[in-house]
Structure formats: structure tokens, C-alpha cells
Write a protein that binds this ligand. Structure first.
Ligand code: CUA
Length: 475
């Protein structure tokens, strides 16, 4: 097959190649062909080992990997042409097709030797079938490429039709959704690219029955490819961050006509204050097609304001100077829900409040209704303050147990037992202290430091009086 049979008298074979498959494969081939002969084979992978063994071991036959660029070709070419020692040198090239091309002194033409020395691509030596192979692999690329295109379109269509995103109900949602649809397209493309080439290779290039050929071609490094697969993703990432910053700027565009809303988050409620109107509400009412300027703050831990239909999201942070703002221009009349998007304690999952988007006329009606409701009776107002300031999240008004003591029947108790064992009378003074300085008189059976101690700052004296009036009615 390869002419190794004629190499009578060879006792020591040295195979040099940086490709371990080359060495092992050739060794096995020679052992098959030379069955019954006495000889030794050594396989080495580096130039230094090769040179060392040339000196110390004195092989009769040196087989060099024709395609190994790490060999010192000049040095071997000298050995090769001079042939002044009793040593045969062979160049062996393993072709991708599985055939083996052997050059020894007799068949190597001077121009082929030149080629090898000049490190040029061994194209001139390839088997005549290489042209056919080229078009064969182009065919595979064309087929796989077409499948990638089709699968990309199908995946993108699927991603767009299953409605991953909720309703789009704000101006700020538009640039964000444009980014999403671009991302869906990219996701569809890369998914298809990877899955198709992987699946295609697994199916088309699988090992068929009776196919004895072993490993595939040995490919070591490709600078061009590495540059390409570094530059392209960097370019994509930079371009996406550019688009992202444009979209961010668009969501923050200021409208001087905006409705001002102060959003107060607490464990576990939302409160919405309209400083322009002096109204406080536990439902966020917004006029359609008009920007709302939300200023967010928290009474306790970090919460996060998020109405999925509006897309934009912002944290509410505790602390005087840590107010955050968010701009939302609703485009759709309807009912939505604000959720808390930051894990903030045991009832985080239930920290929801209604968001009602109405026409400008309905918004004004609602405002005047709210202003009327504030009027009249202190206890009614107190009920409202208790509701909108989160008191009722912890204190029930019907006697049922809560985080804090129930308000029902609280006022007028004469032997209210505190954690320190003392008994007090529940009068107005007691209630006022309980509101503004809750840790001064912790009730027996309830932990200290649970109720926020900042209600003095949050509520006006009038509001505190109203709440006390309200508690007095719950007898
Ligand atoms: Cu507030 Cu989660």
C-alpha cells in the first residue's frame, strides 16, 4: 500500500509529528504491514525530542509529518537530500480524504521540496479529488445555511406569536419593545445557527456501518476564525449597548405637563400621594396620554415599582435623599396592577395595588371626589389615613390577629398589658405615643422594633388625631 514493505533492513523507526493521531495511526499501519519482522518504533511530538533521538538512538527510518509546521524543515531537508548516513527520511501526508501520500527521496521533485521548505500550503500535493471535496463541503454549507435561515424565521415567528411580553400600555414601553423584538431575532438566529450545525453534523457525518475510518481531520488553531469570532460578538454587544442607551434616554424624556405622584412603598403596601391636589390614595389613578412623574421612596426596606404593561421599573429606597423617579405615559385606558419587584419580606409576593388609567375627564372627576371625601368627619378621614399609610396591613379592625394588636375594642381598655408587665389605660395619649414612638410601649406578646418609628414625620398632627378618632369608633 505505502511502500513500507520495501524497506527491508529497517530496525528503528522514528515518527515525528505534533499531531498525536498522526503518530499513533502510522505506527499501527506499520506494525500491521511488518508483522513478523523485528523492529522498534518511537513516536515523538516535538522538535527537541526528534533531534535528541536522531543523535542518541540513530534511527534507520525517520518519518516526518508533511503537514506539521512546527518541524525544522530546513534541517530535515538537509538530511533528506544529502542522505549521507544510512538513514531514510520520508515525508508523509495524511490527506483529509483518508489517503496517505508518501514522499521519499526518489519521488520528491525539487519544486515540491521548495514548497515544503517555504512552508506554503501543501495544496500542490493534494489528491486530485480535492476540487470535488471542496464543492462537496460547499454543498453541506449551502444546505445547513438554508436550514438556519428557515429555522431562524420560524423561531422568530414563534417568539412573536406566543406573546412573551404583556400588553404594551405606555409610551415608554415602545422603545423597550423594539429592543425586545431585535433580541428575539438575534436569539432565534443564534439558536438556529448552533442547533442546525450541531444536528446536521450528528446526522450527516455520523459513522455508518462498515466505516472503519477513525478520527476526523486534526485542526490546530485558526487565527482568522478566532479574530472573526471575537470581533463580531464585540461589535454586536457594543451596538446593542448603543441601542440600549438610546432607549433608556427615550424612557426618561421629561414632559413639563406631567402629573406629579409621590409613590411611598412600605411593608407591604403602596401609597400614592398627589401633592398638586393634596390627595392620598392606595390606588394609582393616572390620566391616559399624559406623563406621570413618579417620585419613589420607601418607609422600610428596598421595594421596586413595576407595572409590567408599562415595562419600566424603578426601585423605591428608604432614606431622605434617595428618592428615585420614573416617568410613565399610559397609552391605554384600563386596570393594571403595580407589583413589587424586589424581595422585601414575607408578604412581598402580595405587595400589589391597583393601577387605574382613565380619561382626563374621569381623572378630574376622581380628584374632586377624593377632595370631597377628605372633608367632613375626622373618624372617616382617620379610616382613610389608616388605609393609605399601611396601618391596616398590620392592625386589624375586626379583632382578627395580625402583626400588631387589633384596633377593635382597643380604646378604653383599662388593664392593657405591656411587654414589661405594666398595665396601662388606653386613652388618646397612649394611642398617640403608640403611633409616634411605638417602641416606648410594646404590647405584651408582640415583638419590639417591628412598627416603623417614623410616623411622626410621615403624618401631620391632624392626620394622627384623625386616626385616633377612628380607633375610638372601633369599640
Ligand atoms: Cu416590596 Cu417586594
Amino acid at each position: 500500500m505505502m511502500g513500507f514493505q520495501q524497506l527491508d533492513g529497517v530496525r528503528r523507526v522514528l515518527i515525528a509529528s505534533a499531531n498525536p493521531l498522526f503518530g499513533r495511526g502510522l505506527e499501527r499501519l506499520i506494525r500491521q504491514q511488518w508483522q513478523g519482522r523485528r523492529f522498534e518504533i518511537r513516536v515523538v511530538g516535538t522538535m527537541e525530542e526528534t533531534l535528541a533521538l536522531l543523535e542518541s538512538w540513530l534511527p534507520d527510518l525517520v518519518i516526518l509529518d508533511y503537514d506539521d509546521r512546527s518541524l525544522d524543515r530546513k534541517r530535515f531537508m538537509d538530511l533528506f537530500v544529502s542522505g549521507n548516513r544510512a538513514m531514510q527520511v520520508m515525508l508523509v501526508s495524511l490527506q483529509e480524504s483518508g489517503s496517505v501520500v508518501v514522499y521519499d527521496r526518489r519521488v520528491l521533485t525539487p519544486s515540491q521540496a521548495e514548497d515544503w521548505l517555504s512552508l506554503s500550503e501543501p495544496s500542490g500535493f493534494q489528491s486530485p479529488s480535492s476540487g470535488k471535496e471542496q464543492s462537496f463541503s460547499m454543498k453541506h454549507f449551502a444546505i445547513a445555511g438554508s436550514i438556519v435561515v428557515v429555522l431562524t424565521l420560524a423561531t422568530n415567528y414563534l417568539l412573536n406569536t406566543i406573546q412573551i411580553l404583556p400588553l404594551q400600555a405606555s409610551v415608554q414601553a415602545q422603545p423597550i419593545d423594539r429592543l425586545f423584538s431585535l433580541q428575539f431575532m438575534l436569539i432565534a438566529f443564534f439558536f438556529s445557527l448552533i442547533v442546525v450545525f450541531m444536528g446536521y453534523s450528528l446526522i450527516v457525518f455520523r459513522q455508518r456501518a462498515k466505516d472503519e475510518s477513525e478520527e476526523g481531520a486534526y485542526i490546530k488553531g485558526s487565527t482568522g476564525l478566532e479574530v472573526v469570532w471575537t470581533i463580531i460578538p464585540i461589535g454586536i454587544v457594543i451596538y446593542l449597548s448603543y441601542l440600549g442607551s438610546l432607549a433608556l434616554a427615550e424612557t426618561r424624556r421629561v414632559d413639563p405637563q406631567a402629573v406629579e405622584v409621590k409613590v411611598v412603598a412600605g411593608q407591604w403596601f403602596w401609597r400614592f400621594e398627589y401633592p398638586q391636589y393634596g390627595i392620598t390614595s392606595d390606588t394609582l389613578y393616572l390620566p391616559v396620554n399624559r406623563q406621570a412623574h413618579l417620585r419613589l421612596t420607601s418607609l422600610d426596606v428596598i421595594h421596586s415599582f413595576w407595572v409590567p404593561e408599562f415595562r419600566v421599573k424603578q426601585d423605591a429606597l428608604p432614606g431622605e435623599n434617595l428618592e428615585r423617579e420614573l416617568r410613565v405615559t399610559p397609552t391605554m385606558v384600563g386596570q393594571f396592577k403595580v407589583r413589587c419587584a424586589e424581595l422585601c419580606g414575607t408578604s412581598h409576593a402580595y405587595m400589589e395595588s391597583p393601577v387605574v388609567v382613565v380619561s382626563q375627564a374621569d381623572f378630574e372627576t376622581w380628584i374632586s371626589e377624593q377632595l370631597q371625601a377628605i372633608g367632613a368627619d375626622p373618624a372617616t378621614r382617620g379610616a382613610k389615613w389608616a388605609q393609605t399609610n399601611g396601618c391596616l396591613s398590620c392592625h386589624s379592625v375586626d379583632g382578627s390577629p395580625g402583626v400588631g394588636p387589633t384596633w377593635k375594642g382597643l380604646y378604653g381598655l383599662t388593664d392593657h398589658e405591656l411587654a414589661d408587665g405594666s398595665r396601662v389605660v388606653v386613652d388618646e395619649e397612649y394611642l398617640r405615643t403608640a403611633i409616634v414612638n411605638p417602641n416606648a410601649q410594646v404590647v405584651k406578646g408582640y415583638p419590639a422594633n417591628v412598627m416603623p418609628a417614623n410616623y411622626q414625620a410621615l403624618l401631620s398632627d391632624q392626620q394622627i388625631n384623625d386616626i385616633i378618632e377612628y380607633i375610638k369608633t372601633l369599640r
